[in-house]
Write a protein that binds this ligand. Structure first.
Ligand SMILES: Cc1cc2nc3c(=O)[nH]c(=O)nc-3n(C[C@H](O)[C@H](O)[C@H](O)COP(=O)(O)OP(=O)(O)OC[C@H]3O[C@@H](n4cnc5c(N)ncnc54)[C@H](O)[C@@H]3O)c2cc1C
Length: 476
């Protein structure tokens, strides 16, 4: 196992659990014990929001429970505000804002309790191959720069968004190695303490996570203010690089990710006298930037002796970059499949294929549709987003999105000729949304038929590419 983030830890625990602790599981992370799970040099970069459902899923399936202080703050849901601040959309559902620096320590504790051997300060740099199958990892010991070689029947790559192992995978495989840069968002965030400059629940609400949609402030992404207490927030924003360049050219600006997030913090009327959080539980994690994928998961997750999970497999949801839930869900499946495959003596691509099937036909099946929806939304203006949220989003759509399912936009289906006249100025928005629903139906059907074995993959993938290319032409 490479990578001690949520995906790596929970896959290791799941493999231990489903093998009745009969497997020798080694987890290597490039960090020291005290900085376990740290994503980049600048910290445990995250918005820290997770649904209660995801936390419960791990307790119910793996018997691992988390509580305060790693579940730092409880929230009742997420509210997304339209760019004109006129339309709040509440996505109801219990959740937490995590302490991402403390949570890995609890995951580490759970790993060790399940008999997982954890090695620190090992940075994997390439895969070891034998007879066309991955057979181990070569890593650099960060303490003395020596080269370490570990052999394994299966190597699981949970090394996050910038996985070097996936990019340099040296065997024949259906796994896509590179990501298109337009399918990444750059994200920067702070953990701040502040004094209350007033009351305005559209800017800060201790009970809900707030998302601000605004193509000028966060082009191709969104800004957020997530409460971590009464006087503490995780606040940040994500942008698509190309959208930011286009926006800067259009308005003659020279904004960077940092200048945008600083503007966002300053524009918050509740946050006064903002300062970086000082507690030891946040030290070294108060200010950082990183990237996140916003495409569907890798179309194939396994190769001979090798599997990818979490951000290394581009699992975050394309419309909100939420990646913790998908990584937890996938971890449980992968751990079980690996335990079964090793038990059956077949860790080939075929032997591990069940992981593809169970993930893609389950949680993963909605993600290609969300990728298409994300592309459509990224092309809209502030006025179009505000109009769409006010007139086209129904209660049922919100419920669907809350359940991580693609909305039906049924209000658009019901438009009569009189209404069509009224929305004439925003016909393009209605038509685009209608198209995303149609495309979703086609993609959902295709994912329900995700191939049972690697031999049928190419035919299926050809159909997927055709469906997606059609959408890419429409939403370039
Ligand atoms: C700024 C930001 C905000 C986000 N906000 C949210 C949010 O609010 N809610 C949500 O659900 N998701 C959010 N996400 C996404 C979420 O953080 C990720 O989906 C999640 O962390 C994925 O977990 P992972 O285990 O796959 O990868 P990671 O958490 O990235 O863990 C990878 C681990 O592998 C280690 N590693 C990397 N390379 C190597 C190597 N070569 N050798 C050894 N170890 C290595 C890393 O140091 C790290 O410990 C956000 C992402 C970003 C960047």
């Amino acid at each position: 196992m490479v990578g001690g983030g949520p995906a790596g830890c929970h896959t290791a625990i799941a493999a231990a659990k489903y093998s009745n602790q009969n497997l020798n599981i080694l987890l290597m992370d490039r960090n020291s014990r005290s900085e376990f799970g740290k994503k980049t040099i600048t910290g445990w970069s995250c918005g820290d929001a997770v649904s209660k459902g995801s936390v419960d899923y791990i307790r119910e399936n793996l018997g691992v429970s988390y509580q305060y202080p790693e579940l730092e703050h409880y929230v009742k849901g997420v509210v997304a505000y339209s760019p004109d601040h006129q339309t709040p959309v509440l996505f109801e559902g219990d959740g937490y804002v995590l302490n991402r620096k403390l949570w890995p320590q609890k995951q580490l504790e759970a790993c060790e309790k399940f008999g997982v051997q954890v090695k620190f300060q090992l940075a994997a740099r390439n895969l070891v191959v034998e007879d066309g199958s991955v057979a181990g990892v070569e890593a650099i010991n960060q303490a003395d720069h020596s080269i370490v070689r570990e052999t394994a029947r299966v190597v699981i790559d949970a090394s996050g968004c910038a996985s070097v192992l996936r990019v340099t995978l040296p065997i024949r495989s259906h796994i896509q190695r590179e990501i298109d840069r337009d399918d990444l968002v750059a994200i920067r965030r702070y953990i701040l303490e502040f004094d209350h400059g007033g009351e305005d629940r559209t800017f800060f609400d201790p009970d809900v996570c707030i998302i601000h949609l605004d193509q000028y402030l966060a082009p191709g992404g969104y800004a957020w203010t997530f409460p971590k207490g009464k006087n503490k927030v995780n606040i940040g924003l994500g942008v698509q690089k190309k959208s930011l360049d286009r926006r800067n050219t259009r308005f003659g600006e020279d904004d960077s990710l940092k200048s945008l997030v600083d503007t966002y913090v300053r524009s918050n009327t509740v946050i006064e006298n903002a300062r970086l959080a000082k507690g030891t539980e946040d030290r070294g994690n108060e200010d950082n930037a990183w990237q996140c994928s916003v495409r569907r998961p890798n179309d194939c997750l396994v190769a001979n002796g090798y599997a990818i999970v979490g951000d290394a497999a581009w699992m975050p949801r394309p419309i909100d970059a939420g990646g913790i839930g998908p990584s937890l869900y996938a971890s449980v499946i992968l751990g079980r499949v690996v335990a079964e495959a090793v038990g059956a003596g077949d860790v080939s691509e075929r032997g591990l294929w069940r992981y593809n099937l169970d993930y893609m036909r389950g949680y993963g099946s909605q993600m290609a549709s969300f990728e298409v929806l994300r592309r459509f939304l990224q092309n809209l203006s502030n006025d179009e987003i505000s109009y769409g949220m006010r007139h086209f989003l129904s209660y049922e759509d919100v419920e669907k999105i809350t359940k991580r399912e693609h909305p039906q936009f049924s209000k658009i289906k019901l438009l009569n000729p009189f209404m069509l006249l009224r929305i004439a100025t925003h016909w393009g928005v209605a038509n685009g949304l209608r198209y995303t629903v149609k495309k979703h139906e086609a993609l959902q059907e295709l994912y329900n038929q995700y191939p049972e074995s690697p031999y049928e993959f190419l035919g299926w993938h050809k159909q997927l590419t055709r469906e997606l290319n059609e959408a890419y032409v429409r939403f370039p």
